[in-house]
Structure formats: structure tokens, C-alpha cells
Design a binder for this molecule. Structure first.
Ligand SMILES: Nc1ncnc2c1ncn2[C@@H]1O[C@H](COP(=O)(O)OP(=O)(O)OP(=O)(O)O)[C@@H](O)[C@H]1O
Ligand SMILES: O=P(O)(O)OC[C@H]1O[C@H](OP(=O)(O)OP(=O)(O)O)[C@H](O)[C@@H]1O
Ligand SMILES: [Mg+2]
Length: 283
């Protein structure tokens, strides 16, 4: 039987979440210690632990079949790979930022200025689209320090909380792209049976993360109002309780509007509400 290879980040922002996701898919393996390859004992898969910059090319060139990496890195390496699954973690934006006391006010003011970045290819495309002629200074890290050192007039770097910009006297100025971690493969690889099996496992874990399992008690008379508040669910289970005219309703609720839904359910007469995490949802 063939063995697939999946490349994930060795250490850094995406390592922990990538490992957690694969473990939640029921895969048994050792996280990176000193070996850069870890076999999975219960699925024909090997995990390669790499620097994230190398992952898109390894997948494009067939050294790995799959990879988990940020969209920002995929765009920067300009490879031909397919997005097999968005993973919902590693969310951040690539932004141009300028010093708080700058006289750069419009995007056109970037003409003739210098911008430091670790993402020269993405930035070049962005500026070309806007017909802006700025000098791109490619550096390999600690980009936020460069205006303060007089190395550039602006920067283009990843932002999530904005804390790093703030503590370096910078403010966000323009959005270049938003990014999250994705699973990639070679174009067409989504048709491979083993890859499909893995994608389905990942989707069942992601789906479960987005929902909560809820059990509540209610008087039968309140049931129509309560069921009306659960429109997304095909058929909540309604189970009679020992106490006459009372029922238990079992259902799932999306995480994103969880609290508003719970308070509506309480107003409609729901009592003794128990909420549980879901491990997997297999359709
Ligand atoms: N502040 C952030 N918040 C959320 N996600 C981020 C943030 N910064 C980076 N990311 C995402 O996580 C990815 C990995 O970031 P990290 O800082 O670990 O990269 P790195 O230093 O280039 O790592 P490597 O050593 O593997 O080259 C980024 O490419 C991006 O997709
Ligand atoms: O908006 P914030 O929440 O402050 O995050 C932004 C910072 O996060 C990333 O660096 P990281 O901390 O991953 O370190 P690195 O430069 O070593 O990759 C990025 O390059 C920014 O510097
Ligand atoms: Mg890197």
C-alpha cells in the first residue's frame, strides 16, 4: 500500500494547531523532536516537519503529497498547488503599515518611497496593480523595526492583534491580503482515495468545532416555540421525561450564534440546559 507524506511546520505559529488537527483526525504520531519525519502508526501517512517557506514547493514538486501552510506563503512562493481545505487557524492579514508621525496619507503617497518586507512578490503585484512605483527592500524578519532605523518609509508584514505594530510606533495603512492556514496538494490530488479519506476526517473535525451539542428540558406546551428557534437542524430528538408533559430536546447549535440562541431558548421556556463539545460530525 502506498504511503502519503504531509508537510507541516516544524516549529512556529502553525505547528501546534497542525499537530492538534491531525491528532484529532485519529492519527497516532510523535510531534517533532529531533527526527524530521514521523510515521503515523494507524494510517499510511508520514509527517514531514519543515520550515514553512519550503512547504509549497515540496508539494508542487511531489516531495510531499500534502502540506499545511499559510496562504501568504503559498502566494509568495508563486507555486501551482490546489487548496484542498481551509483550516480556520493561523488567521492574519498582510498589511502595509507606516510610522504614526508619517506624511504618507494616501496609497499614491507611496510613490518613490521604500517599503521593507519579507513578502516581496506579493507586495510587487499589489503595487503594480495600483501603478505605484515604490522601492521594495526585502529583509528576512523583524520588519517592524526598519522605519525606526531609517531603513524604509513603510513596511509590509503580517498583522493579527496589531500589538507588534503598536509597540514599534507604526499604524496599519493598507490591506494587501488576508490569510489562514490551508491544506494544499498537487492539482487533481483531491481525487486520490487516501487523500479524500483524510479530507473527510479533517472536515468532520472542523464541523464539530463549529457546533455544540445541547440538551434541554421543556414543558411539552413550549415545544413548538423552542423548535422554531432551531431552524438549521433537520430533526432535533424529542424524548419524553418521567415527569408528565415534560420533554428533553437534543440538538446541535452553531458556535457563532451560541449565546444569543441560548438566551432565546431560555425565554421560550427551556430549562436545565446542558452544553457539550462535539468531537466529530460525520455526514
Ligand atoms: N501574528 C500572527 N497571527 C496569526 N497567524 C500568523 C501570525 N503571524 C504569522 N501567522 C501565520 O503563521 C505562519 C507561520 O508564522 P511563523 O511566524 O511561525 O513563520 P516563520 O517564522 O516564517 O516560521 P519558519 O521557521 O517555519 O520559517 C505565517 O506564514 C502566517 O500564515
Ligand atoms: O499583530 P500581532 O499579533 O502583533 O502579530 C504580528 C507579528 O506576528 C508575526 O511574527 P511572529 O511573532 O510570528 O514572529 P517571527 O517574526 O519570528 O515570525 C508577524 O511577522 C508580526 O511580527
Ligand atoms: Mg518561514
Amino acid at each position: 500500500m502506498k504511503t502519503l507524506k504531509i508537510a507541516i511546520q516544524k516549529s512556529g505559529r502553525l505547528n501546534e494547531k497542525s499537530v492538534e488537527l491531525l491528532k484529532n483526525c485519529g492519527l497516532n504520531f510523535e510531534n517533532y523532536k529531533s527526527s524530521l519525519i514521523s510515521p503515523v502508526s494507524n494510517f499510511p501517512l508520514e509527517i514531514l516537519f519543515l520550515r514553512d517557506d519550503d512547504i509549497p514547493e515540496y508539494v508542487q514538486d511531489g516531495i510531499a503529497d500534502l502540506g499545511i501552510v499559510g496562504e501568504n506563503v503559498i502566494q509568495e512562493t508563486e507555486v501551482e498547488v490546489s487548496y484542498l481545505q481551509r483550516l480556520g487557524f493561523g488567521k492574519c492579514s498582510l498589511k502595509i503599515a507606516v510610522p504614526n508621525n508619517t506624511n504618507i496619507e494616501t496609497v499614491a503617497d507611496l510613490n518613490g518611497r521604500s517599503i521593507a518586507t519579507t513578502y516581496p512578490a506579493i507586495l510587487r503585484k499589489y503595487l503594480d496593480n495600483l501603478n505605484i512605483n515604490a522601492e521594495i527592500r526585502t529583509i528576512s524578519g523583524s520588519v517592524e523595526i526598519s522605519p525606526g532605523l531609517g531603513l524604509s518609509d513603510a513596511i509590509c508584514d503580517l498583522v493579527s492583534t496589531g500589538g507588534t505594530l503598536k509597540s514599534n510606533g507604526l499604524k496599519p495603512f493598507a490591506d494587501v491580503m488576508s490569510s489562514e492556514a490551508v491544506m494544499i496538494g498537487r492539482p487533481g490530488s483531491e481525487n486520490d482515495d487516501l487523500i479524500q479519506e483524510l479530507i473527510q476526517r479533517i472536515q468532520s473535525v472542523l464541523r464539530a468545532k463549529e457546533t455544540k451539542y445541547v440538551v434541554l428540558n421543556a414543558e411539552r406546551a413550549n415545544l413548538p416555540k423552542i423548535l422554531e428557534l432551531l431552524p438549521g437542524v433537520k430533526s432535533p430528538s424529542v424524548v419524553p421525561l418521567a415527569e408528565e408533559n415534560w420533554v428533553a430536546v437534543h440538538t446541535v447549535i452553531p458556535e457563532r450564534d451560541f449565546w444569543s440562541r441560548i438566551s432565546q431558548l431560555k425565554q421560550a421556556g427551556a430549562q436545565g440546559i446542558v452544553v457539550m463539545p462535539i468531537e466529530k460530525i460525520i455526514l
